[in-house]
Ligand binder design. Structure first.
Ligand SMILES: Nc1ncnc2c1ncn2[C@@H]1O[C@H](COP(=O)(O)OP(=O)(O)OP(=O)(O)O)[C@@H](O)[C@H]1O
Ligand SMILES: [Mg+2]
Length: 354
């Protein structure tokens, strides 16, 4: 198990500041995810750890050893790519053994190591197959085996599942997580799929335009996003801006969408604008008043059944409708045009002070 310390790392391509001064301390054995929109610098940062991209500034250490000055093959990282990067002219065995031959491992030692790596990814006995005889999920397992067979100190995965269909993606992310935990290997995982990031990570760094916007455990970031960008990028939300009307019972009273909301008290004077994030599942239709809950009244503008979940759009006084997500237990008849009262717990709202 190896800790990874990324210190003030930066890289510019022409006019593009791809990575703009990033510091991250990744703990030994941690699965750490870089999450962010296309072009925010995830791959560049991962390539700098692997040694495929030079740093303009900063340093990277594996435990106490500085590695950013070493060539890639001396860093002992395993890398898995989005497009598998499997050699079509080599068998499965040849593909997995590739990194070992490059490291000068003896042939008889190699066979056992390749077989063990294939067993790890649930492909025992597949060594003599050719890549064209494998499914997408199996190819990705071969890529994983190839990166693990060298017993890397750090496993780097760049959108490893994005070529797979939805169900396989869910299965494979569980397998990768289970394997990473069983081997106790430190892993850096790149994705722009927020659900994937929430599901598999010990911690997530949300990146934006070459910088870290927030770092933390999945649930912590989801519950307390540091910025409006994070609130919108990690999970769906209603991002609202309203005017502070005053205070009452330890809450901030804010007018938005033609209604009055009760928010957690933050430092904001009456008459100023605040932005706040109200998650769809924090809003629940009620038929009777709930003691202590704040409410807003509106009208159902749209309804969508998604199996276990019911999504509503509820129009309030003015502006865009609020998004509401609830378990579809049949308690609410989601008829468009019907009036509805939504209850929420003010403590579940995140306020971004001005
Ligand atoms: N070799 C390069 N030459 C020029 N520009 C580059 C190079 N590599 C990356 N960039 C630019 O740096 C920025 C960050 O790119 P990067 O590939 O790291 O983004 P990303 O977060 O991985 O995006 P995606 O989710 O689309 O894979 C982009 O603006 C990209 O165009
Ligand atoms: Mg990328």
């Amino acid at each position: 198990m190896t800790a990874v310390t990324i210190s003030r790392v930066a890289r510019t391509f022409g006019a593009v500041r791809a990575v703009a001064g990033v510091s991250i301390a990744i703990e030994a054995g941690e699965l750490f995810t870089l999450l962010g929109p296309s072009g925010c610098g995830k791959t560049t940062l991962l390539r700098m750890v692997a040694g495929f991209c030079d740093l303009d500034e900063g340093s990277i250490h594996f435990a106490d050893r500085r590695i950013d000055t070493l060539p890639p093959h001396r860093r002992n990282t395993g890398m898995v790519f989005q497009n598998y990067a499997i050699f079509p002219n080599l068998t499965v065995h040849g593909n997995v053994a590739y990194g070992l031959s490059a490291r000068g491992v003896a042939a008889d030692d190699m066979r056992g190591r390749v077989e063990r790596a294939l067993a790890l990814v649930h492909l025992p006995g597949y060594g003599e197959r050719w890549p064209h005889q494998l499914s997408g999920g199996q190819l990705q397992r071969v890529a994983l085996a190839r990166s693990l067979v060298i017993e890397p100190d750090v496993l780097l995965l760049d959108e490893p599942l994005s070529n797979l269909d939805a169900q396989l993606r869910v299965d494979m992310r569980r397998e990768i997580r289970a394997l990473q935990q069983r081997l106790g290997i430190t892993a850096i995982y790149v994705t722009h799929d927020q659900e994937e990031a929430l599901a598999i990570s010990d911690r997530i760094a949300v990146m934006r335009a070459g910088r870290l916007e927030q770092v933390g455990a999945p649930a912590a970031i989801y519950r307390a996003p540091a910025t409006p960008f994070v609130a919108e990028f990690l999970g769906a939300t209603n991002l609202l801006t309203g005017r502070v009307a005053g205070r009452e019972d330890g809450h901030l009273l804010v007018d938005a969408l033609g209604r009055r909301f009760r928010l957690p008290a933050v430092d904001a004077a009456a008459g100023t604008d605040v932005t706040f994030s109200l998650r769809p599942e924090a809003l629940q239709p009620v038929t009777v008043a709930v003691a202590g809950a704040a409410t807003v009244a509106g009208e159902i503008a749209a309804a969508e059944h998604l199996g276990a979940l019911l999504h509503l759009e509820v129009r309030l006084g003015d502006g865009p409708p609020l998004r509401v997500a609830m378990l579809d237990d049949g308690a609410v008849a989601p008829a468009v045009g019907r009036p509805v009262t939504l209850a929420y717990d003010p403590s579940r709202i995140t306020v971004f002070p001005p």
